[in-house]
Write a protein that binds this ligand. Structure first.
Ligand SMILES: Cc1cc2nc3c(=O)[nH]c(=O)nc-3n(C[C@H](O)[C@H](O)[C@H](O)COP(=O)(O)OP(=O)(O)OC[C@H]3O[C@@H](n4cnc5c(N)ncnc54)[C@H](O)[C@@H]3O)c2cc1C
Ligand code: FES
Ligand code: FES
Length: 478
């Protein structure tokens, strides 16, 4: 049975909206309909964190708190969740939340425009962790920009929370909230609002039925790419199928030789999991957007977007990942190497969706990945390089090299690989290889980086990889 009404928890009550506009952002709903203006709009593209809100989600009888960017999240995705706004942090007896107290005590605010966003990111960090070390603090705050205070007082405020033991209102009311969340977690959503439709099926079977009837619908996962068509390009998306209510698509399985990641697994979950297999994959993901972006964004979304600078793509290409596609026909497997056709065009057919991504585990190999961007945190790559090498008795047995930002699609450096395979692992051959990259790539030229600069970075990254492997040392140039 489906419903045209979304239900979510706001201030300890179930809030219902029938046939909401599927293109309306949560931010506009909060500010224009709820008239709560604590949450701010800065960039309207997920880049500044001024609009950060927190969603409470029921996971194994517990509540997980996710900071997200309300400016790029569509209203219907609230269905089945708890919406927490900066105004809700103050307790019923008027006391500030410890994170608000800390911001005041450490002078973490000046003009105040960014403050609600920082407070909400800090609130999610406070709820999800017991201790707040440098890594947790910098990760949690990397998606929030401040133009006047500077970050030190804000970081100090976050770290000071280590000394606070405080039972907040959300903990006191946890049982009640869990019961309310359970009450509203049953139905598929089918919305019709003027000329727009929105579907949120709960199983793969239902997804296939909806897709069959609506092959022209756009698939929505984390929305960190798709929503910008509305918020930045001011287009309408008339039909949306939301995938993230389908639990069958949210999984990570690891076997002896392979890892499989369901299409809807959030990047933040994958990032923690992949660390023990490929630490450099984890390093790149920690610089991927922000926690707000990675809390909802997915690898499947990154792959389907097919951007030449999508960060997971060169890494997956050098690891020889496969995609499992599903849809109206039988499931099929396709190598990622064959998936990208031309600029933002892929082999995905109408009515098909990415079911999962399979990544081989190379126990003998060395895996390296580097991202070069204008800003360290929360920025998109100029160039991203990834190298997967098997060396035996100082000979290169196998090597897979892939770059993002070097052509209209992310792709392998097949000619350079050929040159390196079966060569002695030496500076001489890598010196030759870096000049060979021009046979594989004609770099793109845009406001992020010129083609000459991109080629120079690509060469340097390959050489950096060689030097790190040879010296068994990570090289950092600050
Ligand atoms: C502020 C900001 C920072 C960002 N930083 C980075 C960054 O550092 N590196 C980077 O690579 N990207 C970055 N991005 C881009 C974006 O976050 C990624 O591309 C993300 O992985 C998209 O995933 P999603 O789940 O949000 O996709 P969505 O926006 O939901 O969808 C994107 C596209 O994929 C399709 N799609 C989604 N799921 C499926 C599926 N299962 N099957 C078939 N098609 C599907 C959709 O139809 C749509 O066309 C950033 C974006 C923002 C807004
Ligand atoms: S307004 Fe800047 S991230 Fe949302
Ligand atoms: S306090 Fe002014 S932008 Fe941060």
């Amino acid at each position: 049975m489906s419903s045209n009404t979304i239900e979510f928890i706001l201030n300890n009550r179930i809030h219902k909206i029938s046939n909401p506009d599927p293109n309306e952002t949560i931010l506009n709903f909060i500010r224009l309909k709820l008239k709560k203006t604590g949450t701010k709009e800065g960039c309207a593209e997920g880049g500044c964190g001024a609009c950060t809100i927190v969603l409470g989600e029921l996971v194994r009888n517990n509540i997980e708190y996710k900071a997200i960017n309300a400016c790029i999240a569509f209203l219907p995705i609230l269905n089945g969740k708890q919406l927490i706004l900066v105004e809700d942090l103050i307790s019923s007896d008027g006391k500030l939340h410890p994170v608000q107290d800390a911001m005041i005590k450490f002078h973490g605010s000046q003009c105040g425009f960014c403050t609600p966003g920082f407070v909400m990111s800090m609130f999610a960090m406070y709820k999800n962790n017991k201790k707040f070390n440098d890594e947790i603090v910098s990760d949690s705050l990397s998606g929030n920009l401040c133009r006047c205070t500077g970050y030190r007082p804000i970081i100090d405020a976050a770290k000071s929370l280590n000394k606070k033991k405080y039972i907040d209102e959300f903990l006191k009311l946890k049982k009640k909230t869990i019961n309310l969340l359970k009450k509203i977690r049953t139905k598929n959503i089918e919305i019709k609002n003027k000329n727009k439709k929105y579907f949120a099926p709960k199983t793969i079977t239902e997804l296939k039925e909806v897709l069959k009837k609506n092959p022209d619908a756009r698939l929505l996962s984390g929305g960190t790419d798709l929503s910008l068509e509305v918020t930045k390009a001011h287009k309408e998306i008339k039909k949306i199928i939301y995938l993230n209510s389908i639990k069958e698509l949210d999984f990570i399985k690891s076997k002896k030789k392979e890892i499989e990641i369901g299409a809807c697994t959030p990047l933040i979950i994958f990032e923690k999991f992949i660390k023990k297999y490929y630490p450099d994959f984890n390093n790149i993901l920690r610089r991927y957007g922000s926690v707000q972006i990675r809390n909802v964004g997915t690898i499947a979304g990154n792959i389907a977007t097919a951007s030449p600078i999508g960060d997971t793509l060169p890494l997956l290409l050098s690891l020889d990942a496969k995609l499992i596609l599903d849809g109206s026909k039988k499931k099929e497997s396709i190598s990622l190497n064959k998936f990208f056709i031309s600029y933002r065009k892929t082999k995905l057919k109408k009515g098909q969706f990415i079911y999962s991504i399979k990544i081989p585990i190379y126990k003998k190999n060395i895996f390296k990945a580097y991202k070069v961007s204008k800003r360290f945190d929360d920025d998109i790559s100029s160039v991203c390089g990834s190298f997967n090498i098997e060396i035996n008795q100082n000979k290169i047995k196998k090597i897979k090299i892939a770059y993002g930002g070097m052509s209209e699609i992310p792709k392998r450096a097949k000619k350079t690989e050929k040159l390196l395979i079966n060569s002695i692992f030496s500076e001489q051959i890598f010196n030759k290889a870096i000049n060979y990259l021009k046979n594989d790539y004609k770099p793109i030229d845009d406001m992020r980086a010129s083609k000459t600069y991109r080629m120079e970075i690509a060469k340097n990254l390959l050489m950096k990889c060689f030097l790190e492997v040879r010296n068994k040392k990570i090289l950092r140039i600050n």
